[in-house]
Design a binder for this molecule. Sequence first.
Ligand SMILES: [Fe+2]
Ligand SMILES: [Fe+2]
Length: 191
Amino acid sequence: MTPYDYNARQYHVATRDMVSTELLQGIFPADRATWDDDPQFLGWPAHLQRLHAAISEASARLVGGLEAVLDEPEGSVQEVMGLSGMNRLGLDLVGHVHAHHSFEDSNVLPGFLDRFPQLVQAIDLLENDHSYLDQALDQSELVFARLNGEGTSKVAVAEALKQAEALKKILHRHTYDEEDILIPAVLSAYG
Ligand SMILES: [Fe+2]
Ligand SMILES: [Fe+2]
């Protein structure tokens, strides 16, 4: 198998457009149009997609909520942040995604590697994503924690919005590609 450089633009989660077909070609090409017709899809694959949908929904809600707070007058920011739950949603999202990734790292990905050794490079890509995302989540935690105290300002909200937008983009890329790598393998093995 050809080695690949995770940090190259076409592989890195922050810059790639899709999971590289070089990593999947000849293994399990992803054809999402056929997933719904597969009876196996209703088991673990649908569960994984629901977990990912909850992550996407929360990160989109965070971006939309912080944008709405920025439309409020400076004097109302603190109150609106509390009433809308935007003072906690970012930290909740960070905790939730950390837990999701650590379960995948300790259980899901090693299990897939045992069962589908052909996916070694694609799974390595996902593990690299997790370690990059962990750093992004730690950075996000620092920024989002500033929304949780007294005296939250629009400057802090604007900074959190920028962080939330970046996080939403890489979380979407990772979860979508993770499905493209893992779900076809399950459908192909048990279908
Ligand atoms: Fe993941
Ligand atoms: Fe995941």
